[in-house]
Design a protein around this ligand. Structure first.
Ligand code: SAM
Ligand code: SF4
Length: 328
């Protein structure tokens, strides 16, 4: 079945699942230095529960699944989860968003399990600065992981970068240049005023327009039509092997083409990243709800999906759940 259509004529066929709120890094823009209060283990969805929900979601037309977190690679037996999701009828695409620290050990297994695509977050190409932004991460480990992903044949490799003024905006051109010789998708994500209480100020926010102007100083970029571009708008340098994506989460909101629902690691169905409205699928499941009842809750999630978000760079929205809890 093709995806459900919501009240604003958007087809919803994508479910983004946070499989854990735990992380092996503490990126300054995502988590406070002392971490976040974790969801109790008993409240985190089991793999069996996640698989059941994906099966039900696939019946109403969800075709694409992205696994994220927290850091999804920190959860045991991730490849087994992927292999099972891969057998579910109707699921055409499984992808992963990761910080890449543990990829070297897991890339081959993930590819064998059926992982099709991977997004890796890197916010600096300078090892010391990377360690500072992530509060202790090893950039070497991430590059080694990326090599393994390439060797395993997962393509394309997408690199997510969040430019933040005073931290890494001076590396925007270096990241953009990576797309010239490598077939990577380099994606710049606007710094969002959530989950970053300790460092957020409006002055640190760098808009897509500004990022694009900086990238254009290297040379002209041309718009590329990507068949399934999601929230990113893609461009490329003439004769470059890779592309550059801009995700204007804050300014030019991409809500009119949003095709996704989110599932938090504790089983809340969240129709919009920036709205705290959630439907508690975990309690429903654990209270004995049938597949038909859960399916109705998924349909309700689609029905109440808001038309757009109202966040802006002008004030903090740090009262919203951090990305690591929702699944960024
Ligand atoms: N740990 C994995 C990772 O870092 O890729 C997956 C989870 S992380 C929450 C997903 C994405 O959210 C990352 O690309 C990260 O850069 C982004 N993110 C987290 N907080 C953000 C913020 N305040 N503004 C913009 N992007 C943010
Ligand atoms: Fe962890 Fe990803 Fe958040 Fe960094 S952005 S702290 S890697 S969840």
């Amino acid at each position: 079945m093709s995806g459900l259509t919501d009240r604003y004529k958007r087809t919803i066929d994508y479910l983004r699942i946070s499989i854990t709120d735990r992380c092996n890094l503490r990126c300054i823009y995502c988590m406070p230095s002392n971490g976040i209060k974790h969801i109790e283990h008993k409240d985190i969805l089991t793999y069996e529960e996640i698989i059941r929900l994906v099966r039900i979601a696939s019946k109403i037309g969800v075709k694409k699944i992205r696994l994220t977190g927290g850091e999804p690679l920190t959860r045991k037996d991730l490849s087994k989860l992927i292999a099972t999701i891969n057998t579910i009828e109707g699921i055409e695409d499984i992808s992963l968003t990761t910080n890449g620290i543990m990829l070297k050990q897991q890339a081959a297994e993930l590819a064998r399990a059926g992982l099709k695509r991977i997004n890796i977050s890197i916010d600096s190409m300078k090892p010391e600065r990377y360690a500072e932004i992530t509060r202790g991460g090893s950039l070497d480990a991430v590059w080694e992981g990326i090599k393994e992903v390439e060797a395993a044949g997962i393509h394309p490799i997408k690199i997510n970068v969040v430019p933040i003024r005073g931290f890494n905006e001076d590396e925007i051109k270096d990241f953009a240049r990576l797309s010239i010789n490598l077939p990577y998708h380099i994606r710049f994500i606007e710094f969002m005023p959530i989950g970053a209480k300790e460092i957020w100020t409006e002055a640190k926010y760098v808009s897509t327009d500004e990022i694009k102007n900086i990238v254009s100083e290297i040379g002209p970029i041309y718009s590329v039509k990507a068949r399934k571009s999601g929230p990113a708008r893609y461009f490329k340098f003439d004769s470059a092997r890779g592309v550059i994506g801009f995700i204007s989460a804050v300014t030019h909101h991409f809500c009119d083409t949003c095709n996704r629902l989110r599932l938090t690691s504790d089983g809340k169905l969240r129709p919009c990243l920036f709205s705290e409205t959630e439907i508690d699928l975990r309690s429903a499941m654990r209270d004995g709800a049938s597949d038909e009842e859960i399916e109705r809750l998924f349909r309700l999630g689609v029905e109440i999906k808001p038309e757009r978000h109202y966040i802006s760079h002008e004030r903090s929205f740090n009262h919203l759940k951090p990305m690591s809890k929702i699944g960024g």
